[in-house]
Each structure stands twice: as structure tokens, then as C-alpha cells.
Ligand binder design. Structure first.
Ligand SMILES: [Zn+2]
Length: 447
């Protein structure tokens, strides 16, 4: 069988300014890569896929999700971040501690297949469920089975912190699974961060990441704790570098925001979660004013949907609302509004950058890996297509996701996930959910 696939006659949004976008073009996939891209490609021996009713574009990139929470979907939609009955008390301190490795595995599987189904090709799994070494093995197994491009961000479990075993397990995992960076699954370290751990512990975790030459992903500026100036202490100690993604940043000071920008950091905003759960006002404008475009992330499926369309709608609406509010108050010299093109780039190439993968994914560029999605334009929610970028940003939803390719391999075709036994997944999800809920004493919400 040929390892060439030709996507023929699609609307192609490469999102690569040098390559441009096309009202009609072909994309040639060869092996794992995009081999060529232009109108009227001739590719002898290639399997041809008709893309004439499709928008072809880079897959979405989620830069921070606690994927193990997949079996806890929507379990805390009315629950805030902090307080007596909160995300911290119920999810992290009540439900998480009873997870067995198999529950982490199943939580990951449902989260990952949901992500693929929604057109996400790369995910950073912020995985703070490593109660034992076996939990890490289970999560990595799910990540590998899914076929997604993923960053396994090894997190320290918050309900049993500190735990003297963790640094050894991190070294073991790095050696066992991540000796190569040329694989779908890459490695990062997800320390609790300066607001949730003593300075010396945080410093040594960041040093461990640098010794292993992997990226750091960290929650900062989170609600009340974010106001304590802890990131500033790290910055003044010279610890902030361009190898770190800062999540939320909602209650940081301006000095701390500036430190992130000045040291080349990347940012992940989860604006639906931040607004819904009380993390603080999403700092979209504070970063845009300083020339940094954030990436976007789903964060917790306990509260919010699993797709990037929701992320896009949320962040661009918020940014516009804040600027219009200033305009209506008579303010002048206002910053520009985010455009549809800006926000689609936040959900793709900025995500790839934050995950340390911009050289491989995030745009449709010949030579990059073939991580792409095909979005149906013949559905009643979107036709006729007048502005393809506007259509993706405002008109489409997950029902338009027809096909998903990662490294040239189809994971979804004709609206159906491939390589997954959904009946078995369903059975495992309910079994694990029932076990975790019963063991923890948590009561599912009344209806
Ligand atoms: Zn988070």
C-alpha cells in the first residue's frame, strides 16, 4: 500500500504566512509528513481523498489539560476553584486520592478520544495523578494508545505533597519512555509551582527539568494564592527562562507578567475555567499589550467542554468586551481587537510553540508533520462558506470535524473515530467512575 495520501480540492488554511491560504488546493501527505501543498498537485500512486466539501487546516492544540479527570466530566459544573466545597477540596483532595492506575488509564482514554473527536491533534497532559510509579505507566499507556501527539507533563499529586519518591520516579520515567524526542509522545515536568510549594522545593523541581532538558509547565497567578508575589521571587532569583509555559496568570502583578514576557515564556489561558471558577480575570489584554499571544487550554472537563471552539469563542468575546467597555467609557487610544485569524492562531501555532513543538506542528507547512483536520462545509450549520476563517472561528463546532490525522495517520474519518472500541470504552468509563465515586464518598450532583 502507498504511504502517500492526497487531500484533493479543499479550502486549505495553512496558517503559515509564507505558504498562504487557498480557496482550493491539494495537500500531499507522505509517510508522517506534509510533502507538498499547492493547487493541482499531481501525485502518482497516492490514495486520493476528496476534500472539496472541506476546510483543511492544522489540528487544534490544547496546552494544558488534566486528562485523568476524563471520567469526572461535568461533575463540578457549579463548583468554584477555592472554598469549602470546591475544585481543590472535591476533585483534588477527595476524588483524586482514590484513583487506581487503571482509573487514571480510563480517565485518560476517554479524555483523549474526546479530544481527537473534537479535532485536537496535540495535547499537553498536565498529569498530577502520579500517586505511584504505576499511575505514570498507566497514563503513558493511554497516551500511546490514543495515537495523538502529546506532551506527558509529569505532575506531583497535590493531595500527597511532598512525596520523596517523586523525583526518582520522574528520572525513571524519563529514562524508560523519553530517551528520544523524535516520537509522538514528549516529556515535560509539571511542578506544583511557587504558589503551592516552598521556594526551595520549586527551585529544585525546575532545576530537575533543566537537568533532563525538558520543558516546565506551571500554574501561576491562581486565585488568592496568585496574589502573593511568589512568581516574582522566582524571577528575581533568575529562574525564569524560555522553557516554561505559565498557566492562567490571572492574579499576577504587572511586574510578574512583564517577567514572563521578558524571559521568553509562553502562556496558556483557560478562559472558560478562569471566568467560571474564580481564578481571576483572564489576562489576555495584559499579554497582548506586551506583544505575547497566549495559547489556549481546556484545563478541567469537570467543569467545561472538551473542544477548542469553545475556547476560541470565549477568549475573543472577552477581549472584545473589555475593549468595547473602555470605548463606551470614553477611553481613547485603545488596543486593536483580536481578529478571527489571531484567535485561530492562538488555538494552533501558539499552542505548538507553548508545547515546544512548533518545528513539527501548528501550521500546514511542507516538511512539518501531517497533523491536520478536515472540517465539513456541506452541513446546514455552515453553508454557504463566505469567509473560511470566520466560518471556523464562529460558524463551526465539533459536528463539522470530519477527519483527523496525526503524523499522517488517520484517527478519525467520515465523522467516525477509528481504532477504538467505543462500547468497551463506555463500559470501562462507567466502571471506573463508579469505583472512584463510591470509594471517595463523593455524591454525584442531584438533579
Ligand atoms: Zn490546570
Amino acid at each position: 500500500m502507498s504511504d502517500k495520501t492526497l487531500l484533493k480540492n479543499g479550502i486549505v488554511l495553512t496558517l503559515d504566512k509564507k505558504v498562504g491560504n487557498f480557496h482550493q488546493a491539494d495537500v500531499l501527505i507522505e509517510g508522517t509528513k506534509i510533502a507538498a501543498l499547492s493547487p493541482n498537485l499531481n501525485a502518482e500512486g497516492a490514495q486520493v481523498i476528496d476534500a472539496s466539501d472541506m476546510i483543511v487546516m492544522p489540528g487544534f492544540v490544547d496546552t494544558h489539560r488534566h486528562v485523568w479527570e476524563g471520567i469526572l466530566r461535568n461533575i463540578g459544573t457549579d463548583v468554584p476553584l477555592e472554598g469549602d466545597a470546591s475544585y481543590l477540596s472535591l476533585i483534588l483532595n477527595t476524588l483524586a486520592p482514590v484513583y487506581r492506575p487503571e482509573d487514571a488509564y480510563v480517565g485518560n482514554l476517554v479524555g483523549l478520544y474526546g479530544a481527537i473527536d473534537a479535532g485536537i491533534t496535540t495535547i499537553l497532559d498536565w498529569s498530577h495523578i502520579q500517586a505511584t510509579r504505576e499511575h505514570a505507566d498507566a497514563v503513558i499507556k493511554a497516551l500511546q494508545e490514543s495515537g495523538m501527539r502529546a506532551v506527558f507533563a509529569y505532575g506531583y499529586p497535590w493531595w500527597k505533597y511532598p512525596d520523596e519518591n517523586q523525583d526518582k520516579w520522574i528520572r525513571d520515567v524519563a529514562r524508560q519512555y523519553f530517551s528520544s524526542k523524535e516520537q509522538l509522545l514528549t516529556f515535560a515536568i509539571a511542578p506544583p509551582g511557587p504558589e503551592f510549594a516552598p521556594f526551595d522545593a520549586t527551585k529544585s523541581q525546575w532545576e530537575l527539568a533543566r537537568e533532563l532538558d525538558v520543558r516546565i509547565t506551571v500554574h501561576v497567578g491562581v486565585g488568592t494564592a496568585g496574589k502573593l508575589g511568589k512568581l516574582g521571587e522566582m524571577g528575581r532569583a533568575g529562574l525564569l527562562k524560555d522553557d516554561t509555559t505559565y498557566i492562567h496568570c490571572t492574579t499576577l502583578s504587572d511586574d510578574e507578567i512583564k517577567m514572563i514576557v521578558d524571559t521568553g515564556g509562553t502562556v496558556s489561558l483557560a478562559s472558560p475555567v478562569e471566568m467560571l471558577m474564580g481564578h481571576g480575570m483572564p489576562p489576555i489584554q495584559r499579554f497582548l499589550d506586551r506583544g505575547l499571544r497566549p495559547s489556549l487550554s481546556i484545563d478541567v472537563e469537570t467543569n467545561v467542554p472538551n473542544d477548542m471552539f469553545t475556547q476560541i469563542h470565549s477568549i475573543i468575546s472577552l477581549q472584545h468586551a473589555m475593549i468595547f467597555d473602555r470605548k463606551l467609557a470614553g477611553k481613547r487610544n485603545l488596543p486593536p481587537f483580536m481578529t478571527s485569524r489571531d484567535v485561530i492562531e492562538c488555538a494552533t501555532i501558539e499552542g505548538a510553540r507553548a508545547n515546544g513543538l512548533a518545528h513539527k506542528t501548528g501550521t500546514l507547512t511542507p516538511g512539518k508533520e501531517a497533523d491536520l483536520i478536515m472540517l465539513r462545509t456541506d452541513r446546514p450549520n455552515i453553508l454557504p462558506v463566505n469567509d473560511p476563517i470566520g466560518a471556523v472561528v464562529w460558524g463551526m463546532d465539533t459536528s463539522n470535524v470530519d477527519s483527523v490525522f496525526v503524523a499522517g495517520k488517520a484517527l478519525k474519518r467520515n465523522g467516525q473515530l477509528l481504532n477504538v472500541d467505543l462500547e468497551n470504552l463506555r463500559r470501562m468509563a462507567y466502571q471506573s467512575r463508579d469505583y472512584v465515586v463510591a470509594q471517595s464518598g463523593f455524591r454525584l450532583p442531584e438533579i
